[in-house]
Design a protein around this ligand. Structure first.
Ligand code: COA
Length: 275
């Protein structure tokens, strides 16, 4: 495990875990933590082939959002320092949103502001039923910014995103599922085990297939149907090349021998070969 100042990174085989570790401040993101997030992402990217990145928080908070004092109040009268602090935050967000590994937010508790954004930018969100989500910016006189409104608008319906952004009301992890902000909610006591199972199952899939599934999803929401068909075909050929035709060599060859049922499970990968 690597410990940066307030962020811990653990890489175990194909699965990396980023843990925000500033529980005394509800894991609110200080400028140092923004640097730590870059360091963690640098290390994950340097370690080729990580398939899953789990993001979570220590204690009773997932993330209390931007550190309102250190990121906003204190540097506000120094425009360049204020902007640098914001740029530091949005630049790791951009990197994590487009990382090739599958990202899972394990939302263990309080989830506000930039923490809301962090959860929402992940591909999969597993929340504790008892967790509390909120777009609290209106409560201190601004709007969800730096990408957080985009996350609300692209995950929740219009009437929900606007309601929660305008009122600052909170919602639970259980409610987050119906609102589109979480994939699944489980009791806090089952959170670790649930996320572990999902991460382990993803780690059995082909690394290139995981990455291209994410890319094809992102382009499918942007493109019209004919353009998406072209993109999806092109991506299939690219994936075949990058994975040395593993889907034909192993996936479909094993199916031909009826060695597994693709509707219910994954094919077996080469022993000792990158999958
Ligand atoms: N920025 C700076 N400090 C924060 C923080 C933030 N976003 N979120 C929590 N903290 C600090 C608190 O000020 C407190 O510091 P202190 O011990 O020096 O007084 C400490 O973390 C513990 O928080 P506390 O408010 O005592 O815990 P709580 O359990 O009563 O309430 C929250 C938890 C998350 C509801 C509350 O801390 C809160 O409203 N935080 C701000 C959330 C927010 O609006 N984030 C959006 C930022 S963009």
């Amino acid at each position: 495990m690597t410990s940066f100042t307030h962020v811990d990174l653990d890489i175990d085989g194909d699965i990396a875990t980023i843990r925000l570790n500033r529980p005394e401040k509800k894991n609110a993101l200080s400028p140092e933590m923004h640097r730590n997030m870059h360091q963690a992402i640098d290390e994950i990217e340097a370690r080729k082939g990580v398939k899953v990145v789990v993001v979570t928080g220590t204690g009773d908070a997932f993330c209390g959002g931007m550190d309102l004092e250190l990121c906003f109040l204190e540097p506000f009268n120094e425009p360049e320092r204020f902007d640098a602090s914001n740029q530091l935050a949005v630049s790791w967000s951009r990197r994590l949103k487009f990382i090739s590994a599958v990202t899972i937010a394990k939302v263990n508790g309080w989830c506000f502001g930039h923490g809301f954004q962090l959860a929402g930018m992940c591909d999969i969100v597993i929340a504790a039923e008892e967790a509390t989500f909120g777009l609290s910016e209106i409560n201190f006189g601004i709007f969800p910014g730096g990408g957080t409104m985009w996350i609300a608008a692209h995950n929740m319906g219009r009437k929900q995103a606007l309601y929660y952004a305008l009122t600052g009301e909170t919602f639970t992890g259980k409610e987050a599922v119906a609102l589109g902000m979480a994939t699944r909610a489980v009791p806090r006591s089952e959170l670790d085990e649930t996320v572990d199972k999902i991460a382990q199952s993803l780690a059995k899939k082909n690394v290139h297939a995981l990455a291209s599934t994410k890319q094809v999803y992102e382009s499918a929401v942007e493109l019209d149907f004919p353009k998406s068909i072209d993109m999806e075909l092109a991506k299939l050929y690219e994936l075949s090349y990058l994975s040395e035709n593993e889907w034909i060599r192993l996936g479909l060859e094993q199916f031909k021998r009826r060695a597994y049922r693709p509707g219910l499970e994954s094919y077996k990968t080469d022993a000792g070969k990158e999958s």
